[in-house]
Design a protein around this ligand. Structure first.
Ligand SMILES: Cc1cc2nc3c(=O)[nH]c(=O)nc-3n(C[C@H](O)[C@H](O)[C@H](O)COP(=O)(O)OP(=O)(O)OC[C@H]3O[C@@H](n4cnc5c(N)ncnc54)[C@H](O)[C@@H]3O)c2cc1C
Length: 552
C-alpha cells in the first residue's frame, strides 16, 4: 500500500518534510557490514546465493506480504463442519508465500546441504536477511534447521525424515509424511508448571509394546502450553517414562495412515509474532517414537535448542539492522529546527551508537556460526561455540528491544503508527529473549558451560587475547573479567554482568581484528569504558560519527 504514489497536494495543505516511501531494499548489496562479516567468517563462496536472496527478500513485494501475514493472523479450525477434529490452522496466503520463499531458497536447509566450511555462516546470513522482513515464518524455519542434529539420534527416523526436511519444496498439505515432498518439524517442551525448568514436565509416555527405548513406539498423555507452528509435520516432544524424561518424535499422521490424536486447544493471542501460530495442545494417547536414549530427553532435545538459540541471536541482530535502515531513511529526509535530523549532533550520536550496536550484534552472531562450522574439527572452536551461543543469545536478544525502541523514537510520531513497520519490529523484538531460554537462564547456562567444559574459559580467553594490545579499555576490561572469574563467590548473582562483559569483549575483539580504528575506539571507549550508561547516544565526543554512520 505504501508504495502507491501519494497525492501531495491536499485541499488545505501540501504534504512536505515527510520522507518518501522507502521502496525496494537490497539486503545484501546495501549492507557492507554483512558482506564483510560473511567474508571474514569464511562464507565468501556463498556470495551469489546471498546476493540473489538479498535482492529478492528486500523487495517491496516481500515486505507487503509480511505486513499482510501479520495483519491477518492464523486461525484455528479445530473441527470440520461435521464435527470431525481436524486441527487445521488457516494461514493467510501471504504467510504461505513467505514460507515457500524461505524453503525454496534453502533458509532452513542450506547449512546441512552445503556441508563445508562457512556453510553455517552463510545459513545465518540467509536468516539475517529473511528475518528483517518477517519474524513469524522464521519460527518453523529455525526449528526445521535445528532439528537435524537431534534427528541423528535415531537412524530410522533420520532416514525417514531427513530427505523431507532438507527438501527445498514447500508442501503445506496436511497428509502423511510418506506422501509429502517436503516437511517442517516443531518442538513441544513447555508445560504450564514449567518452561525453563523442563524437568517439571508431567506428560507421561507408555510403550505400545514390550519394546522400549530409542526407536520404540509410545503413547503420550499430557499437555503442552506453548506449541508454535503447530501445522508442522512432526514435533520433538518431551515426556516421562519410568526411566525419566525422554524425547519423542510425534508425527501429525501415524504410520498406519490415520491422523494422530493430539488436540490443538487454542491459539494464543500474542504481543507480536502475529503471523506465526502458537498454540496449547492436549496429548491423549498420542503416538510418538522415542528418539535418543531413554531418560536423556533433555540432552537429545538440547541439540535442537542450541540451533534455535543461535537463530534467536542472529534474528535479533536482524531486527536491529532493519530498524536502523528505517531510521536512517527517516532522519535523512526529515528536518526539524532548520536542519535535517541526521545532521543534528545529538541525533548523529544516537544513530552512530545504534549502528555500532547492530554491527557488533551481527559480527558476534556470525563468529558463533563459524565456531559451529568448525566445531567438529577443532576442540577450541567446539568449546567456544558452546559458551558463545549462550553469551550471544543473552546479550544480542537483550539489546534488540531497546535498540528498536530507540529507532522507533527517532521517527517521532510516525514510528508509533501501524502503517509503519516500526510497531511490528518493536513487538517482535522481546520474543527472542524469552523463548529458547530466557535472559537469566542463558546467563546461568554460561556458568554451566564454564563448569562443565574445562576448555570453555581457555577458549574464550584465547579468543580475546588475540585482540590484546591495541585499546586500553579493552585490555583493562579483559583483565578485570579474568580477576572476577578467579573468585567464584557470587558468580550466580553477577552472571548478567559477566555475560554482558564477555559479549562486549568478543564484539570488541572482532572490531579490533578487523582493524577499523574509528569503530574500535567508539566501541571500546563506550561499552568497555568507565562512563558507559547503556543508553544509545552516549558515544564520546571524539567519535567519528560520519564514518560509523557510513556503514548504514
Ligand atoms: C510466543 C512464544 C512461543 C513459544 N513457543 C514454544 C514452542 O514452540 N515450544 C516450546 O516448548 N516452548 C515454546 N515457548 C515457551 C518458551 O520457551 C518459555 O516461555 C520460556 O522457556 C520460559 O519458560 P516459562 O514461560 O515457563 O517461564 P519461567 O520458566 O517461569 O521463567 C520466568 C522467568 O524466570 C526466570 N528464571 C527461571 N529460572 C531461573 C533461575 N534459576 N534463576 C533466575 N531466574 C530464573 C526466567 O529467565 C524468566 O525470566 C514459547 C513462548 C512464547 C512466548
Amino acid at each position: 500500500m505504501n508504495h502507491l504514489r501519494p497525492i501531495k497536494q491536499l485541499p488545505t495543505h501540501e504534504v512536505e518534510n515527510m520522507p518518501p516511501y522507502i521502496g525496494n531494499q537490497d539486503l545484501w548489496k546495501g549492507d557492507k557490514n554483512l558482506r564483510d562479516a560473511v567474508n571474514r567468517e569464511g562464507a565468501a563462496w556463498a556470495e551469489k546465493k546471498l546476493s540473489d536472496f538479498g535482492q529478492l527478500m528486500g523487495s517491496t513485494e516481500m515486505f507487503d506480504h509480511a505486513e499482510k501475514a501479520n495483519k491477518n493472523p492464523p486461525e484455528l479450525k479445530a473441527f470440520d463442519q461435521y464435527g470431525n477434529r481436524i486441527n487445521y490452522i488457516d494461514y493467510h496466503p501471504s504467510y504461505h508465500h513467505l514460507l515457500r520463499a524461505a524453503i525454496n531458497n534453502e533458509v532452513p536447509s542450506f547449512a546441512w546441504k552445503h556441508n563445508k566450511e562457512g556453510s553455517q555462516v552463510a545459513h545465518m546470513a540467509l536468516t539475517y536477511m529473511f528475518n528483517q522482513v518477517e519474524g513469524g515464518v522464521m519460527c518453523p524455519m529455525a526449528m526445521t534447521y535445528s532439528v537435524i542434529p537431534a534427528l541423528r539420534h535415531n537412524q530410522q527416523l533420520e532416514d525417514q525424515w531427513l530427505p523431507k526436511v532438507l527438501s527445498n519444496q514447500y508442501d503445506d498439505r496436511d497428509i502423511p509424511i510418506d506422501q509429502k515432498v517436503g516437511a517442517t518439524i516443531g518442538m513441544f517442551m513447555t508445560e504450564k508448571q514449567g518452561g525453563s525448568d523442563v524437568r517439571a514436565n508431567s506428560t507421561r509416555a507408555k510403550p505400545v509394546s514390550s519394546n522400549v527405548g530409542n526407536g520404540s513406539d509410545y503413547l503420550l498423555t499430557g499437555h503442552k502450553y506453548f506449541c508454535s507452528a503447530p501445522m508442522c509435520d512432526a514435533f520433538l516432544v518431551l515426556a516421562n517414562t519410568d526411566v525419566g524424561l525422554s524425547c519423542f518424535l510425534v508425527p501429525r499422521w501415524m504410520p498406519n495412515g490415520e491422523r494422530n490424536s493430539f488436540f490443538i486447544q487454542r491459539l494464543k493471542e500474542k504481543l507480536g509474532n502475529k503471523s506465526n501460530a502458537s498454540s496449547e495442545i492436549e496429548l491423549d494417547d498420542t503416538f510418538g517414537t522415542m528418539i535418543g536414549e531413554e531418560g536423556k530427553g533433555i540432552k537429545t532435545i538440547l541439540d535442537m535448542v542450541i540451533g534455535n538459540r543461535i537463530y534467536c541471536a542472529v534474528s535479533s541482530a536482524s531486527l536491529m539492522r532493519q530498524a536502523i535502515v528505517q531510521v536512517q531513511h527517516h532522519v535523512s529526509h526529515r528536518s526539524a529546527f532548520q536542519r535535517r535530523l541526521i545532521d543534528q549532533p545529538l541525533m548523529r550520536n544516537v544513530i552512530a551508537d545504534m549502528v555500532l550496536e547492530s554491527e557488533a550484534a551481527l559480527n558476534l552472531s556470525l563468529r558463533v556460526a563459524r565456531a559451529v562450522d568448525n566445531q567438529n574439527s577443532n576442540e577450541d572452536e567446539r568449546s567456544f561455540a558452546r559458551i558463545s551461543t549462550a553469551i550471544s543469545k543473552y546479550w544480542i536478544t537483550k539489546r534488540a528491544p531497546y535498540l528498536v525502541f530507540e529507532a522507533l523514537e527517532c521517527h517521532g510520531g510516525p514510528g508509533y503508527i501501524e502503517e509503519s513497520i516500526m510497531p511490528r519490529l518493536y513487538r517482535e523484538a522481546p520474543l527472542n529473549s524469552i523463548w529458547e531460554g530466557s535472559g537469566n537462564v542463558m546467563c546461568l547456562d554460561v556458568l554451566r558451560a564454564l563448569q562443565r567444559d574445562k576448555n570453555a574459559l581457555p577458549s574464550l580467553f584465547r579468543e580475546l587475547a588475540s585482540a590484546k594490545g591495541s585499546n586500553k579499555n579493552f585490555d583493562e576490561s579483559f583483565s578485570h573479567l579474568k580477576e572476577t572469574l578467579q573468585d567464584p563467590i557470587d558468580l550466580e548473582i553477577e552472571a548478567r554482568l559477566l555475560t554482558e562483559k564477555m559479549a562486549c569483549l568478543i564484539q570488541a575483539s572482532i572490531f579490533i581484528k578487523s582493524g577499523e580504528e574509528e569503530k574500535i575506539s567508539a566501541f571500546c571507549n563506550s561499552r568497555l569504558g568507565p562512563r558507559w550508561s547503556g543508553a544509545f547516544g552516549t558515544l564520546p565526543t571524539d567519535t567519528s560519527f560520519e564514518y560509523i554512520m557510513g556503514g548504514i
